[in-house]
Design a binder for this molecule. Structure first.
Ligand code: SF4
Ligand code: SF4
Length: 324
């Protein structure tokens, strides 16, 4: 699912850029972690404990990094990126520094008013990825933000009404939301948006409460089959590759042994401008020191970004997804 800013003729341009970056062994996706601060209170992530005064060390010069790498995709993430008052300026500068890059913003949505969404869209955000793990107040409780699910579900149609044509839910697959995955995909379709699923990991802060349990394996396999069937019927709503979804049960059963390819096609730049291979590894040094990452024997997560990096290029399937 592409933002409404793009037309089908953009697809070959982006595919060409992808091939050019891969041939040069350069990252395709840059994740700019513009702040580690966050005002949610998630039990499975400690970013919200980041001291407020780290604000003073957060860089604004992401455009120079974007220019150097010229990636196909850029994601603004955090922490909670909308806490940065200069986010629009950063986005606009990054946008100006790279041709043919698709800009996404990951947010919990708690501070996303229609005006803020509009100003970020005008600055150059192509797609808003709003976290949504449940359609009801379980989401509010998990994030520690009262009324959050209702707010998000009311905001998305308003965004569409003012012409913001790129909204996607980011949904983490957890022990207690297997019943929500199909309803979230259906709601995303109704709202004219999309949804991307990623499997929960306890690697962030050791919280095992949300890990899918052994007794749920059959239920998980069934819901994955339903998601794949949904994808077949309504291309363009679920944005994961078939491969990623198919591999989730195998990972949960402990059968995945392939090394992790993180850092090869995607890298993370932290708020101080340091580079790291994935969001849960420590930074390795200033971004200028990046020389590529080798596959690593780590099996701590099966985030969508890890799974998609491992996915074989089933070209027709992915083209059908993108064109939809
Ligand atoms: S998971 Fe996201 S919303 Fe929750 S504390 Fe971490 S950064 Fe904030
Ligand atoms: S499996 Fe890969 S993406 Fe996941 S924590 Fe380990 S290195 Fe990072």
């Amino acid at each position: 699912m592409l933002s409404s800013r793009y037309r089908p003729w953009h697809v070959p341009i982006f595919l060409g850029k992808y091939a050019w970056l891969r041939a040069r062994k350069r990252p395709v996706l840059l994740n700019f972690e513009v702040t580690m601060r966050c005002n949610a209170r998630c039990g499975f992530c400690d970013y919200w404990k980041t001291p407020a005064d780290t604000r003073d060390t957060e860089i604004a010069e992401f455009a120079a990094i974007a220019k150097e790498f010229s990636p196909m995709l850029i994601t603004f993430t955090g922490g909670e990126p909308t806490l940065r008052r200069d986010l629009e300026q950063i986005v606009a500068a990054v946008r100006k520094s790279v041709r043919y890059t698709y800009v996404q913003l990951i947010t919990h949505g708690g501070m996303l008013s229609i005006d803020r969404a509009q100003s970020l869209w005008d600055a150059g955000v192509d797609q808003f990825n709003i976290s949504l793990d449940y359609l009801d107040d379980r989401h509010d409780n998990a994030r520690g933000i009262p009324g959050l699910a209702e707010k998000i579900l009311a905001l998305v149609p308003r965004m569409r009404d003012v012409g913001i044509g790129g909204v996607r839910f980011n949904t983490v697959i957890k022990r207690d939301n297997l019943d929500q995955l199909i309803p979230i995909a259906e709601r995303a379709a109704e709202l004219g948006g999309g949804v991307n699923f990623s499997l929960y990991t306890d690697f962030k802060n050791g919280n095992r409460e949300h890990l899918v349990e052994h007794a749920q394996h059959a239920q998980l396999e069934q819901v994955i089959r339903e998601l794949l069937a949904f994808k077949q019927q309504r291309r363009g709503v679920i944005t994961n590759s078939d491969y990623y979804l198919e591999q989730i049960p195998r990972y949960v059963r402990g059968e995945m042994t392939e090394p992790c390819q993180s850092g090869r096609t995607t890298i993370h730049i932290d708020p101080q401008g340091h580079v790291r291979r994935c969001p849960d590894f420590a930074p390795d040094g200033p971004w200028q020191s990046y020389r590529g990452y080798q596959p690593i024997d780590c099996n701590a997560c099966y985030y969508a970004c890890r799974g998609e990096a491992q996915a074989p290029l089933r070209l027709m399937s992915r083209i059908r997804d993108v064109m939809a």
